[in-house]
Design a protein around this ligand. Structure first.
Ligand code: SAH
Length: 244
């Protein structure tokens, strides 16, 4: 059966990739994806064909991958983190019907919420949710509604796509909504370029986060009411301390 792997690469460095992801890349004739991600893996496979499309050409990219797989090549479509978390996995399934049958295998990867949490400490040890601040595909009203609900439900929140050049003040707006239900002292953190050159991280309060400048290579963490800063690490207790 013709094969298309949709591979989550993890945050960036080869050591953060799963064995299964590496095995899928080994088997592929063609590596396909957004340049930033193919650049992460192309050096591991100097001989392999690499197909890229620029940012925002996601539909073209998926069609290209499906077309090559339908034509008989084993293709690995690569995404950062997990391919099913704001990645290409859904689009591959949605477009697959346009092409002759191809066996699609989704290979999970370590998503930024999880790899970033490990840098900060253990912020996601209790219930958490993930919200993207990008309104390219989601109306801003929906994002606000989810932020408000997550704030009220006291989830620890991982924010993806916290800013871009056109969305410079979105994090500020998100913090203002969260401050309706959370204390300004809530422990927060961000991690930039997880697993890549120049990785940086910072712990700060929700009040400070509101004035922080972050970019699209950053994942932001907002603690629940239980989250603590312990020795410079962001920690959300699970409740074991009641049993100590
Ligand atoms: N599929 C990816 C998410 C893609 S959405 C995953 O599962 O991780 C893009 C957003 O993910 C970025 O704006 C950022 O918020 C986050 N992100 C992805 N990789 C990251 C990294 N290496 N360092 C920090 N944030 C990252």
């Amino acid at each position: 059966m013709k094969k298309l792997y949709v591979v989550g690469l993890g945050p960036g460095e080869p050591a953060g990739m799963t064995y299964r992801a590496r095995a899928a890349l080994d088997k592929a004739d063609v590596l396909c994806g957004y340049t930033v991600y193919t650049d992460l893996v192309a050096p591991l496979y100097p001989g392999k064909e690499v197909l890229t499309t620029p940012m925002r050409r996601e539909i073209d990219r998926c069609r290209m991958a499906l077309e090559r797989a339908a034509g008989g090549d084993t293709v690995a479509m690569v995404c950062s983190g997990d391919a099913g978390v704001y990645g290409m996995a859904c689009l591959i399934y949605q477009l697959a019907g346009e092409f002759p049958p191809v066996d699609i295998e989704i290979v999970p990867g370590v998503t930024a919420a999880v790899s970033g949490a490990a840098v900060l400490g253990a912020p996601l040890s209790h219930d958490f949710c993930v919200i993207s601040l990008s309104d390219l595909l989601t109306p801003w009203e929906t994002i606000e509604k989810r932020l408000r609900a997550a704030g009220e439900a006291d989830f620890c929140i991982a924010l993806y796509n916290p800013a871009s050049r056109k969305r410079a003040d979105y994090l500020r707006r998100a913090c203002a909504i969260l401050l309706e239900s959370r204390s300004p002292e809530t422990v927060c953190g961000w991690v930039r370029s997880i697993g890549r050159d120049g990785q940086t991280a910072k712990l700060l309060t929700l009040a400070q986060l509101q004035d922080e400048t972050v970019d699209m290579f950053t994942t932001v963490f907002i603690g629940s009411s239980q989250t603590r800063a312990l020795d410079g690490k962001m920690v959300t207790p699970r409740g074991y301390e009641a049993k100590l």
